[in-house]
Design a protein around this ligand. Sequence first.
Ligand code: NIG
Ligand code: FE
Length: 429
Amino acid sequence: MAQALSAPRPCDLLVHNCAELATPLGTSALGGAALGRIQVQPHAAVAIVGDRIAEVGAEREVASRWSPRARLDARGGLVVPGFVDAHSHPVFVGTREEEFELRTRGATYVEIAQQGGGILSSVRGVRAASEEQLLVLLEQRLERFLAHGTTTLEAKSGYGLTLADEIKSLRVLAQAKQRQPVELVSTFLGAHDYPLEYRDRKSAYVDLVVHEMLPAVAESRLAQGVDVFVESHVFDVDAGRRILLKARELGLVRRLHADQLSLSGGARLAAEVGAASADHLEFVDDAGAEALLAAGVVPVLAPLVPLYLRQEREAPGRSLIDRGLPVAITTDYNPGSCYCLNMQEALAFAALRYRMSAAECLTAGTLNGACALGLGATHGSLEAGKQADLVVLDMPNHRRLVYELGGNAVRAVVKRGIVVRDAGKAVGT
Ligand code: NIG
Ligand code: FE
């Protein structure tokens, strides 16, 4: 009573007129039954002070306690946390439509790579491009990520494959961080493939990554983490282990492309090196899944990738969840295996392919993604104290999030408490 009678406190932004607000809760990655236990608040509002959420609740109560300097009218939409996409390769020049077409005619991803296409064709583009050219392209892509509701994005280098070209890519990411609203977590992926000049001396390239690239990347502070494409046609488990143990020694976070195209032992290696995430996992086996669970590694699944590669085998999403693993869902946006940056699409495909509920998908695309990036304490849910990153969708309820296929339902985006898109349009920051 005393509270209701006291004068409303000032807040910077009130998001109101939300038909429904849906969010996971907490600061740690959720698996098993907890993955689908979200909070659903009808007729909700969110009060924001600075870049933080001050209160989330029923509009009647929240609106009575705060006197906002600005309002964002959700116009009867759905409000969810900004999407956290925990795996992407957005620094590249040129697209690879011709490879897509080759695959529709029966070629496989590995065959195309072995004929000099695939990752190496993107390497030619990045090496030839200037930092300025890469930045223009990256910023255009980030604007589209934001327009589709992604407010935090893990972004890898990996199309340079020389120290200078990898640093160039990481510098482009660092510049983009200062210039636009999507929050970036950078990862060094020098071990994405063997560059042409090392094709006949692969162990010399691993030596280069371990002895020269990793120390220089750590010193530069341009990357939070290190990723390795562990697969039989690229880096085997021994090469991956050498690189990731060095990364650990240097205090860098470890991530892996693990068991994507075959059971190559990536998941077990992820557990062994204390990785933050093990990504893809189409071919993971029981032992690999158990190892991830025991080591607290977040599985980051990319449901659009097998579809795009015309690969039959998919990650065992449902069984990983039922085993208790806190899966996250990503687009894996890149020019080769998934030219789609829309998390709404990735979540809908996760529901269909992995038999996940809408609530599970929401957690997997927000809080669990944040936890895969070490940001669970501040990102991924709508709760007092967390960073004010949210999306207003032109939808009446959270189940619609995976029921609706195609298009973009994002109406407005708030990043760090600032309305950065409204009515589908960019607004000044
Ligand atoms: O996540 N698997 C390796 N890397 C990407 C594909 C990169 C590319 O083909 O350019 C992936 O699928
Ligand atoms: Fe990838």
